[in-house]
Design a protein around this ligand. Structure first.
Ligand SMILES: C[S@@+](CC[C@H](N)C(=O)[O-])C[C@H]1O[C@@H](n2cnc3c(N)ncnc32)[C@H](O)[C@@H]1O
Length: 371
């Protein structure tokens, strides 16, 4: 049988194109753009109406319409109706924890080399935004093993995933628990291709991650502050089982396009987070000596950086007297106590328990409708 004669692969009803094509169906989330460019997301239900202070729109007028249709409400206001792209969806979906923005998810998928069929470990899951991009990249024949400490957040993430994919994605397993404690039971040593950490203290997970990764496997961490970035970079170096880390941030500036007024938009997301990557060395391999020494004083005045570099044991995470290294001019240091790294201390806006309960309940109701 030639390739051309092979029967076409059965399209997946959950992970594949099924939900991304065709006319609008009952239960789908649809994005409406009004004449002022404002976005409204609705879930299609027969007999239901979408009301604004200027008239209302019948869901029935949308059900069965093509993606990209224009519908008019009772007051003559026109709305453009589109199926949300994944990047639209994650920005408007219900949240427990802060989400990874699409610009960073795109970088993570590319720079961590997330490939179809890969086994990927992710922690924490939060609201599930990054999980969805990872699932898209690995496809239904990969495995995404996600870990989340908080059961309520895990429920919110599962609910968001179900609402986007139209059911449970076949490649996704969410484990409720701490990554360090739960990972060995879920992933035997040396079986994981890629690890993605989005959490307050990724340095606490380096040993567990190094056990799980295949030689050459990629670790990528997303952190919100330079203090975390410094701590995880030093942790990676001190571990000794990883390559020299590299870090960056990306800034995306939208453009205003209006006749001759073509210029950057006035507003932008000035800061989301930093990314840092490294790769797992083969077992027993010592990282090559760094040819370029860190600048004098980079590890604090007392650290004997030169000698630690020369003997191949990696840069100092302790000073010459065994004391902690303090990064001059900042509060980042390897001696900050573990319980000091809280969401509040790192400037996160934390949602109240009441809000989390409401989001979790609404997603549970949506999941019931799906299935
Ligand atoms: C910022 S949120 C993740 C957001 C997620 N990437 C998204 O795009 O929606 C960080 C999450 O990590 C979880 N977390 C922190 N440390 C963890 C650990 N050691 N194991 C598992 N989950 C952890 C927190 O409970 C929190 O929900």
């Amino acid at each position: 049988m030639t390739d051309a004669e092979q029967p076409a692969a059965e399209p997946s009803l959950v992970a594949g194109a099924h939900d991304r094509r065709g006319v609008f169906e009952v239960g789908e989330r649809i994005q409406l753009t009004d004449p002022k460019g404002r976005l409204h997301t609705i879930t299609l239900e027969p007999g239901r109406e979408f009301h604004t202070h200027r008239g209302f729109l019948r869901h029935d007028d949308l059900i069965g319409s093509h993606d990209g249709s224009v519908v008019t409400n009772t007051a003559g206001v026109e709305y453009l109706a589109l199926r949300p792209l994944l990047s639209d969806y994650v920005m408007s979906m219900p949240r427990g924890a802060a989400v990874v923005y699409p610009k960073d998810s795109g970088q993570i998928v590319q720079m961590a080399d997330i490939f179809p069929g890969a086994t990927v470990v992710e922690a924490g899951v939060g609201s599930g935004a990054l999980s969805m991009s990872l699932l898209r990249a690995i496809g239904e024949h990969g495995r995404l093993l996600s870990f989340e400490r908080r059961e309520d957040f895990a429920d919110i993430a599962r609910g968001n995933g179900r609402a986007f994919f139209g059911g449970d994605h076949p490649a996704w397993t969410v484990t409720v628990g701490d990554l360090v404690e739960s990972l060995p039971a879920v992933a035997p040593p040396g079986t994981v291709d890629r690890v993605v950490l989005d959490m307050l203290a990724p340095w606490e997970c380096l040993e567990a991650v190094s056990e799980a990764l295949i030689p050459g496997g990629v670790l990528i961490c997303y952190v919100a502050t330079t203090t975390q970035l410094s701590r995880v970079a030093e942790g990676i170096r001190a571990h000794g089982g990883f390559t020299e880390p590299s870090a960056w941030e990306s800034l995306v500036r939208g453009w205003h396009l209006e006749g001759l007024a073509v210029r950057p938009q006035h507003r932008m997301h000035g800061h989301t987070g930093f990314l840092i990557t490294t790769r797992r060395l083969a077992p027993g391999v010592v990282p090559p000596e760094r040819k370029r020494r860190p600048a004098k004083g980079a590890y604090g005045d007392t650290a004997d950086v030169g000698s630690t570099e020369q003997d191949g044991s990696g840069p100092a995470s302790t000073g010459i007297d065994g004391g902690p290294v303090v990064v001059p001019g900042s509060t980042a240091s390897t001696d900050i106590p573990a319980d000091a790294w809280t969401p509040e201390a790192l400037g996160e806006r934390v949602k109240s328990d009441k809000t989390i309960r409401r989001v979790r309940r609404s997603l549970a109701e949506t999941s019931d409708d799906i299935g």
